[in-house]
Design a protein around this ligand. Structure first.
Ligand code: 4NP
Length: 155
């Protein structure tokens, strides 16, 4: 499986999603390619937000090696699944992908946990540490569903 996690900045939410899913896949010896990107990644090359790093670390996951990168339309061809954190990410991914857009590959991450409910992972960027913990818990539960769904099909 090749899975891309996408948010706006690739600083707060999608780095956590990449780290959490990678951690679960590695624990099960699944050789998946998991990555993350932002639709407006203005801090290209930078580490995730310090609070995303802190919350990941408190849960035993190191995301400090990750580097901020931009979502590009070719990602739509390469990845099997692209999970977005909110509806505006969905619209932005569609815009950027242009003719390469493939609706079957893209979904809101929380639709794995709450099918068809169109729930969003809120942006913790403007808030305090508590918001990062809440976002972590949401992403963690959704990643459990992804692992259960695809691990029997794809090594
Ligand atoms: P993310 O959060 O999309 O979860 O990485 C944000 C990061 C940066 C900004 C907004 C959201 N920003 O406006 O700089």
């Amino acid at each position: 499986m090749k899975i891309l996690m996408v948010c706006l900045g690739n600083i707060c939410r999608s780095p956590l999603a990449e780290g959490i899913l990678q951690h679960k896949a590695t624990a099960l010896n699944l050789h998946w390619h998991i990555d993350s990107a932002g639709t407006a990644a203005y801090k290209i090359g930078c580490q995730p937000h310090h609070l995303s790093q802190k919350v990941a670390s408190l849960n035993g996951i190191n995301i400090s090696h990750q580097q901020c990168k931009q979502f590009v339309k070719e990602d739509m061809l390469y990845y099997d699944k692209i999970y977005v954190m909110d509806k505006s990410n969905y619209a932005d991914v569609k815009d950027i992908s242009k003719s390469l857009w493939n609706e079957n590959k893209v979904d809101l991450l929380l639709n794995e946990l709450y099918p068809l409910q169109q729930k969003e992972v809120p942006d913790p960027w403007y808030g305090a540490e508590d918001g990062y913990h809440k976002v972590y818990d949401m992403i963690d539960k959704a990643c459990d569903v992804i692992i259960n769904k695809y691990s029997t099909l794809h090594e």
